[in-house]
Design a binder for this molecule. Structure first.
Ligand code: CTP
Ligand code: MG
Length: 278
């Protein structure tokens, strides 16, 4: 029995408003989709990867996968909604014990997250990665009036991967399809609605953001610029050994100065001590 990662890349990225869907935009010089593939390819926990893609981008996906990602056993065509794409991925899983469902729009997933999720799913068969909300969250009615303010320490922001025992999530998705459920935005919801299992949350990372709007990529470019600036600073520091020497020299002088001051104090202290005694 295998552990399979389903990497979702069949969305249109409407909110990003770019010509290409966001999973093909460049991050650090590589298509965003590559980032998640690299992490799951490298994970010792994952045996196989299934990529879910829009028919239009199948060739582009094949080019990305070719030669680099040996765990990718199939590229399947997704559907209109995210849950349609997940269902297509689930149907393509063969001989699967645990399935990791991950959005390619979360390129900052890392090995620690995968490992934590894997340890959790062995105990709790339905798990979703997330983080406690940093901001206060309000539930509002359709006119924008606040109905409720849930206690902040009970509010989590949900991420992916969401990890399940395969038979359980497959059954939940079959139930969803039978009931033609709508408004499903993540896989945990499918399990919750099916009533077949509780869902356990697992710590993800505040870095594991989803790229949704252009603002999210602004952070990416700022990080790239900062990394460049840090590198430039490090280079400059390395090319200024004289400055360092001067600073060290000053440090030595200060140390000597302090010792001399200490001697002075001892002297004074002695006299003062005698004074105080008398
Ligand atoms: N996704 C998918 N199939 C769909 C819709 C979404 O595989 N029919 C994938 C996306 O490619 C993305 C992830 O699900 O990796 C999360 O979805 P979201 O951030 O909503 O991406 P998009 O649907 O592409 O963006 P938008 O909602 O702005 O159109
Ligand atoms: Mg969407």
């Amino acid at each position: 029995m295998k552990n399979i990662a389903i990497i979702l890349a069949a969305g249109k990225g409407k909110r990003m408003k770019t010509m290409k869907p966001k999973q093909f935009l460049s991050i650090g010089g590589e298509p965003m989709l590559t980032k998640s593939l690299q992490v799951f390819e490298k994970s010792p926990v994952i045996d196989e990867i299934i990529v879910v893609i829009d028919e239009k981008h199948k060739d582009e996906c094949k080019r990305i996968v070719k030669n680099s990602f040996h765990k990718v056993k199939s590229i399947v065509i997704g559907g209109r909604e995210r849950y349609d794409s997940v269902y297509a991925g689930l149907k393509a899983c063969k001989n699967c014990r645990y399935v990791f469902i991950h959005d390619s729009a979360r390129p900052y997933v890392d090995q620690d997250i995968i490992n934590r999720a894997y340890e959790a799913v062995k105990v709790f068969p339905a798990c979703a990665v997330g983080m406690p909300a940093k901001d206060t969250v309000k539930i509002v009615n359709k006119d924008g009036y606040v109905l409720q303010t849930p206690p902040r320490d009970r509010v989590w922001i949900i991420q992916t991967p969401q990890v399940f025992r395969y038979d359980l999530i497959r059954e939940a998705y079959d139930i969803m399809a039978e009931r033609s459920m709508k408004g499903i935005t993540d896989d945990a919801m499918v399990v919750e609605a099916s009533g077949i299992s509780r869902v356990r949350l697992v710590e993800g990372s505040y870095d594991n953001i989803k790229i949704t709007t252009p603002d999210d990529l602004k952070a990416e470019y700022e990080a790239a610029l900062k990394a460049e600036a840090d590198q430039a600073d490090a280079k400059e520091a390395a090319s200024l050994p004289e400055k360092e020497a001067v600073r060290d020299g000053k440090g030595d002088r200060e140390i000597r100065g302090d010792k001399e001051k200490d001697k002075d104090k001892e002297g004074k202290g002695g006299k003062e001590g005698k004074k105080n005694k008398s």
